[in-house]
Design a protein around this ligand. Structure first.
Ligand SMILES: [Zn+2]
Length: 241
């Protein structure tokens, strides 16, 4: 049985449709890699949520996304993608040591920047850089107007917000290469078996993909599009727990 047959078997064994969703991080301007990502999204009619860094935003992003309205949405990805953690704490823009009031102000500014720059694409959804956000600051998210939150599946869920966790990372960050078919298939099957009704989150980073990442993403989107019992959902701020 090859990897795709194994994935198919896990979907069929579940006995009900499997929902996936797709998040791509670090968008801020047009570049050829973003062009490749949008082409894949178009080819498979695949909704994608771009996690956009407010302080990096350039006008070319809005121009690039205009033809993709309705299929491409934008969430707020931190503010400056800046590391404020003190070692040995791992990289984090929102560590416990920052004042929550500063973070509320920053998040409010971030949401305003996206709303102004990308009025037809922005969502009140927050994606913390490095998937880390200290729980001390959870009240800042609602205070700034966010309705949804997305980090890794093993993070705590944020109370009062809709949570859209990520279950699979297609990159091996040690050498910025494709994480491998074994790893990706195992992650997807684990998620299918344990995620319950939660849509299964696929995380990509268009600026960091090697050729194998692109090839895998193409295959995975094709698999989901063709499978009778799998669907790729858009992130909405009314679905999911
Ligand atoms: Zn990022």
């Amino acid at each position: 049985m090859n990897h795709w047959q194994a994935l198919n078997r896990a979907i069929e064994a579940r006995g009900r449709p499997v929902h996936f969703w797709w998040r791509d991080d670090d968008a801020h301007r047009y570049d050829p890699q973003l062009g490749s990502l949008l082409a894949l999204s178009g080819r498979y009619h695949a909704p994608v949520t771009l996690a956009v860094v407010p302080q990096w935003l350039q006008p070319s992003l809005a121009d690039t996304l205009t033809p993709h309205a309705g299929r491409v949405q934008c969430a707020v990805h931190g503010f400056a993608h800046a590391d404020h953690a003190e070692r040995p704490v791992r990289k984090c823009e929102y560590p416990e040591t920052r004042p929550t009031a500063d973070i509320t102000a920053e998040l409010t500014q971030g949401i305003a920047l996206l709303r102004d720059a990308l009025p037809t694409h922005w969502l009140p959804a927050f994606v913390p850089p490095w998937n880390r956000f200290d729980p001390t600051h959870y009240p800042a998210l609602s205070a700034a107007g966010f309705k949804a939150f997305s980090a890794r599946y093993n993070n705590e869920f944020v109370p009062d917000l809709q949570n859209w966790p990520i279950h699979i990372d297609i990159i091996n960050w040690r050498d910025k290469s494709f994480a491998g078919l074994d790893h990706c298939t195992r992650s997807l099957i684990d998620a299918i078996e344990t995620a319950g009704e939660q849509p299964i989150g696929i995380m990509t980073h268009h600026l960091d993909h090697d050729a194998d990442c692109w090839a895998y993403l193409d295959q995975l989107l094709g698999f989901i599009a063709e499978h009778d019992h799998s669907t790729l959902l858009p992130l909405t701020t009314t679905r999911a727990a």
